[in-house]
Design a protein around this ligand. Structure first.
Ligand SMILES: [Zn+2]
Length: 44
């Protein structure tokens, strides 16, 4: 199974974005993706 680095994020603003979290430690990605989902996206 390939290491998951692209995470689909549903942002608080309602937008959806696939974020490349490959620069994050593998064990932090799930928590970071959760945090990202509570933020507005980079376009907002
Ligand atoms: Zn947005």
């Amino acid at each position: 199974m390939a290491v998951k680095t692209i995470w689909p994020i549903d942002h608080a603003c309602g937008h959806h974005a696939d974020r490349d979290l490959s620069d994050r430690p593998a064990d932090r990605r799930a928590g970071f993706a959760e945090w990202l989902a509570r933020q507005e996206c980079t376009d907002c």
